[in-house]
Design a protein around this ligand. Structure first.
Ligand code: SF4
Length: 277
């Protein structure tokens, strides 16, 4: 979340973090250097690069895997040059290339044939969705793929998605469809689809579709408003102290919280360092 004059800008990733643990969102913004490039996220980014290149017809599908692996290794080289390394979570480095290629194959085989062509990859948006007292509330972000028929997001994951959970709880789909609706690009009810690639050597692709209505849009604005109001109150107090701390979830661990050392880790050792993603 950032505040510029009378405008508050919120991204879905920040809102997700802040609803889970407000202090994690505060510390992550305060210490961007804490962010570690982890293996799973980097493999996901590499696959995104391959997908974008195919959809933009810059790379033939047959070369997508090579393109993605090349992008992964290029990023690794950049990290080494600045004295960093890939943060290994729960994958074996000797499998990285195979997994990336396998996920690209899964996308080409199981997802790509169902993607409506003619849309826009990496669609950046920023639009006002409401007012909080004297402040304009804006949602901003980047959609992986926008098409009038449906908005798509590419995911790499350790296991399959559970549709009912995404339908009832997913924040990203509510924010993106609300923004597209406010920009006059889609009508409600809107469809948001996750193109999921399972991260292993014999990956399969899964399409998980959720429906978003005007009520979902109003609810996510309500949630964002409540949180932004809390931040405004903290700012007004001007104490600079901690925000609400929530450790009641498995991402509160040395492995999965980027600001662990500045928070719970300064009191206790991680009890769930082996927790799987
Ligand atoms: S260590 Fe736990 S409580 Fe602290 S910021 Fe991270 S997730 Fe929140």
């Amino acid at each position: 979340m950032r505040i510029e004059e009378n405008k508050i800008f919120i991204r879905q990733s920040w809102l997700g973090d802040a609803l889970m643990c407000p202090e994690r969102a505060r510390l992550s913004a305060l210490h961007p250097e804490s962010r570690k490039e982890n293996d799973s996220a980097m493999m996901g980014t590499a696959c995104h690069t391959g997908i974008e290149a195919v959809l933009n017809e810059e790379v033939l599908p047959v070369h997508m895997g090579d393109h993605a692996v090349e992008s992964f290794r290029w990023k690794e080289k950049e990290l080494i040059e600045i004295g960093k390394a890939i943060n290994i979570t729960n994958t074996n480095p000797s499998h990285w290339n195979t997994h990336i290629r396998s996920m690209c194959d899964a996308w080409l085989r199981d997802i790509y044939p169902n993607v409506p062509l003619g849309g826009t990859s990496e669609f950046k948006f920023s639009t006002q969705v409401g007012m909080i007292d004297d402040y304009e509330l804006h949602f901003e972000g980047t959609m992986d793929y926008f098409h009038q028929e449906s908005i798509w997001d590419w995911k790499t994951a350790g296991r399959k998605y559970y549709q009912a959970e995404k339908q009832s709880q997913n924040i990203q789909s509510s924010i993106y469809t609300k923004a597209a609706y406010e920009m006059g690009m889609i009508d409600y009810p809107a469809t948001f689809k996750f193109g999921v690639m399972i991260r292993n050597a014999s990956s399969t692709g899964q399409i998980v579709s959720v429906s978003r209505t005007e009520a979902h849009g109003n609810w996510i604005v309500e949630q964002a408003t409540a949180l932004a109001r809390t931040v405004l109150m903290y700012n007004k107090l001007g104490t600079g102290g901690r925000w609400l701390i929530n450790d009641q979830h498995f991402l509160c661990s040395q492995r999965w919280c980027p600001v662990w050392d500045k928070c719970k880790g300064s009191y206790l050792n991680s009890d769930n360092a082996e927790e799987a993603e």
